[in-house]
Structures are given as structure tokens and as C-alpha cells.
Design a protein. Sequence first.
Length: 466
Amino acid sequence: MEMTEARATEDSLFNRACEAAGETGAESSVSLRRESDRGGERFCPAVPASLEEAGISASLVEQLILKNLYFRGEVAGRDLAKIVGVPFSLVEPTVNHLKQKRLIETKRSSGIGSISSQFANTETGRARAKECLALNKHLGPAPVPLQQYTAGVKQQRIKSGWMSKNRLEKAFANAVVDDDLLAQFGPAVNSFKSMLIYGKPGNGKTYLAEQLARIESDGVYVPYYIESDGQIIKVYDPLHHEKTEADEESIFITEAQYDKRWVKCKRPFLTTGGELTMGMLDLMYAEGAKIYDSPYQLKANNGIYLVDDFGRQQITPAELLNRWIYPLDRGVDYLTFQTGTKVEVPFECFLVFSSNLNPDDLGDEAFLRRLDYKMFMMNPTPMEFVTIFREFCRKSDLECPDTLLRHIVREHYQKAGRKMRRCHPRDMIGVCIDLMRYERLPYRLTQELVDQAYKLKFVTKKYDDE
């Protein structure tokens, strides 16, 4: 009991310290719990002790209960609490109020109180639920107030000096990269600001950038939804956020170790390519649900956002980068609701651009200066090319004699005047395997097979002679 009281006092002091540092808003303070991690401390959203502490109203809880009962029919009290994302003790007063107003009724009980009782809407409750659904079709969990979300993002930002050479080497263990390349990547990743990777197509820019997702780091907490000015914004996206632990199966939600309106995930890694438009970088209103979906950069907070094929979007590179000049500089972004109202949100993601265009074609010197780091992906040296070829042969369980490799380098690159690309070994071995399967050939590489594969893979110059 004394330990519990001591912990409560410690948490209270910690929360007040966060408020004094400006980590929480004035209207609703975020409840943070310390969580030990490798001897340090990191953010963990504490289970709220009241609706006020959670930053949600009884009216919102009432709407969520009525809407869920409308679609589900009968729901147990503990499941209603799980839907809302808070302990049942916070939901119970609203349940009792709805019963008194004859909006819901108890269908049956297991004798353990309201937490085990089955509830359903009355006819009046169903009518009220339809009115709630006309406002929005959000069914839960309850949203986290924007101020609490902002405080959580700030608490989970990457700390200076987090990257080490060993950690980076481990992330790139499956890629053929030299020390010079890693030496360029290291400071950029450690800064967690912005970076441009450029070079000829096929040299592995996207592949190397994707290896950043393999860097070992602490997980982060992402809210399912956030709320600002009465508008609900979806943040958690299973396509881009990978959970690191399963949902608790306990029937007592009060046993939760953290606020269940948040989900524990790996640091996000998002990628978009030529399909990116300016509209995808702002709030997207879902007419059916009458809530908003968050843009990519918001979903990427506390993680990495890779803009692939930079310069080939429907919008110009200048328009795209100008969109992020202020967020990159100030760490905040401004999004627009359908009403025209703007809302300030945190911008805490490592922005990586990958392009096979000449940087001079992307923008002028002042434009490129906005990007903190630039890295040029050169063509592989013959030694690197051979190493990559051997590695793909090993993965495909194919032998690769030195005589065959010398033949490939001499005939198909040196004599042919063809530039080596890092993707060629993978592509050529894939064609060779396709040929072996189609022609029912033995599963081994031969000079004739490789020559035929190169002939099929590359465009012939004879087209100009016809």
C-alpha cells in the first residue's frame, strides 16, 4: 500500500514537472507513467484515473456506448469499457446514467455487478443512437486530446546521440555496403532531420533507405484517434504501424499497464512514391464516417517517412519541399479541417527523399539547402558488383564459378560499354531461374544461360538501325 502511494506521489510530481516544462496543455494534462528502459526512462501513457484526466467528456462516452449497442445488440459492461479504452470504473457512472434515462437496459447479469451485465439499447436509446451516428460513425476507442498527443510525441522524440556505428552496421547487415557509405548514413540518421539520397536508377537507393526500418530502437505509443476542436482524427493505421504486443485478454481492464487508447508499436516507417499528391499531406475527410484520416507525415511521427521517386510526383519538387519548410524548421505542422480551421500538430519524423534525377533538376541551391544531408549513390565497383552477384547466388542456392563472373564483367560490361548497377545481379539471376524453369534446364548457371538472360533483360541498340 505504501509503495502504491509512493508511486502515485512520484507520478504526480512527474506530471507536474511535465506541465511546468510545457509538455502538456492547460485544459487537460497528459498522464505520463515512467517506464524503465535500459536504465533510462521513456514515455508511457498512464491509465487515466478519471474522465477529466483522460480528457474526454461523459457525453462522448455516452455516444460511444449508444452507437456500439446500436450495431452490436447486447454488450457486456467490461466490453463497453474496452471499446471506450478506459477502465470500467470510468464508464460505470455513464452506464448508470443511461439506465436511469431509460436509454439502455440490463438484459442479464452474471452476478458480479454491472461489469459483467449484458446491456442493450431501449427503443428510445436506438433513436438517440441514430442521432449520434448522424454526427459521426466513430465507434472507439475514445480519442486522445491533441494536447496529450503532442506531449506524447515530444516525450518519444529521438534523443541526440541515439545512433551508434554498431547499431547501424547491424541494420545494414543484409546489404552490401562499404564503410564510406555507412559513414555518410550515420550522421544523417543520428540527426533525424532530413536527407536526400540520389543517384542512377537501380543502384539500391530505396533498398538502402528501407534498411533504416531495421535499426533497433525503442517502441513508441501511437493513439488510435486524437481529437481537436470536436473533430476526430484517425492516427493509428495497421498498414503503417506494427504492434509490438498483443491486446490484453484480461476481463479486468483496470489491470492494463497503460492507457488503452494508445497502442504500442515499432517506430513507424512509411513510404510513398510517385502517387503522392498535396492532398495526401493534409487531413482527409471521410464522408461516410464523418471523421478525418491523418496525413502520412503525422502517421510517421517519431519514425521515418521515405518519399521515393522524388521529383516524379504530380506536384513539383519545389511545391513538395516548400510544404515542409516550416515543419522541418519548427517541428510543428498546420493541418486544415473541412471548415477551413487550421490546427497545429507536432512534426517529429525523419524525412528521407530518394531520387534518380539530377539534383540540379530538382531545384536551385537555395532549394537544396533546405535538405540537411545529401548522399550520392555511385555505381558499384567491379568488386562490389561481384560481391553482390555472389550474395544473390547464395540466396538462390546457385553456384557461381569465378570464371563465369569474369565472363560477365568482361563481356557484358567492359566490352558492351554498359554501366554496372546494384540491381543487375538480382535481376539477371531472376531471369536465369525463369529460363531454367521454362526450358526444364538443370538448376545451375552456365555461360550460355547468362548470355541469353542479358539478351532478354536489356534493350538492344539494333532498334535504331531498323
